[in-house]
Design a protein. Structure first.
Length: 312
């Protein structure tokens, strides 16, 4: 187990290192003059060449790529993202303020997805091929096909504009989180419903289950001890992938609903070419992905030890 965890940790470090280098390279070689963009975002006035050159030297854009990269990487190893090139303030307080809006919204969306998908998938598998089963599959297919930004606009039109039940923009009250959480949660529910349904049906079709039932084992014990572990592996996989969907969808959804979360934080940083802010969001996102995948890999080995044996 220690050897397996060490191998997973090594892969995680490789992913994080590659992400850091790629992110820095993309920002460094992005079209346009980043010093000019930073100066415009900072001063919001007519700029002279002297001001632009001063900003270029201040933020280290006058150095070579590798000199600038190693200067940025050193503090990053202690999760010190430095100061914003635009505001001059430390990155962490602004980043943490954005996280405080984004992560609760992501967890709310996951909760909505689970509340909808688990009962719907279990009911659908009671009678495969029934009207309820076909309804669940059709609903999940439609949900997967609807883009998050389009669904968000439709929910705003119905519940905020037409019915005036919920606020559409901002994040000042808990009610402001309902529509964006629904927008993301319905997409999560659509994906999880299909996977949970397929996992349960596949697990129930295992050839050893009739022999277990003939021994007098109750259906409840069969479901708990044999069907559930087999069905859990694809569900755990998709649940981890849903985090990717959420982090991707949050960027659009937070901009649509005017929430001051990581999505808005990232978009504003890109427009102003604030390297420190962009790199902080990307590194934080990559770190979350790596940790989630590491946990999922370890859960695999708890659910089915044969997975660890096959990779040994």
């Amino acid at each position: 187990m220690i050897k397996t965890a060490g191998g997973l940790l090594l892969r995680a470090l490789v992913v994080l290192s590659g992400t850091a280098i790629l992110t820095f390279a993309l920002l460094w070689n992005a079209p346009g003059d980043p010093a000019q963009a930073i100066a415009m975002a900072r001063f919001d006035a007519l700029l002279t060449d002297e001001v632009i050159d001063q900003v270029r030297a201040e933020v280290g854009l006058d150095r070579s790529f590798w000199q600038a990269f190693w200067a940025w990487l050193g503090p990053l190893l202690t999760l010190d993202f430095g100061n914003s090139a635009v505001t001059g303030r430390p990155v962490w307080p602004d980043l943490w303020a954005s996280i405080s809006y984004t992560f609760p919204l992501a967890f709310a969306a996951l909760g909505i997805g689970l509340i909808i998908s688990v009962p719907l998938a279990i009911l659908a598998t009671k009678r495969p091929g029934s009207l309820l089963d076909r309804f669940a599959v059709g609903l999940a297919s439609i949900g997967n096909a609807i883009p998050a930004y389009w669904l968000g606009l439709i929910l705003i039109l119905i519940f905020a504009v037409k019915l005036a039940w919920l606020p559409a923009l901002g994040a000042s009250t808990p009610a402001h989180a309902i529509l964006p959480a629904l927008t993301l949660g319905l997409g999560v529910a659509a994906s999880l419903t299909r996977i949970i349904r397929s996992g349960i049906l596949e697990a129930r079709g295992q050839p050893f289950l009739p022999a277990i039932r003939r021994r007098g084992v109750s259906d409840r014990s069969v479901g708990r001890d044999h069907v559930a572990p087999h069905a859990a592996i694809p569900v755990v996989t998709v649940f981890g992938l849903e985090l990717a969907f959420l982090l991707e969808g949050l960027v659009l959804v937070e901009v649509i609903f005017g929430r001051p979360g990581l999505g808005t934080f990232l978009v504003q940083a890109i427009l102003s070419r604030d390297f420190s802010h962009v790199q902080a969001v990307v590194v934080l996102t990559a770190l979350v992905f790596v940790v989630v995948n590491l946990v999922i890999d370890l859960i695999y080995r708890v659910i089915d030890p044969r997975i660890g044996e096959s990779n040994a």
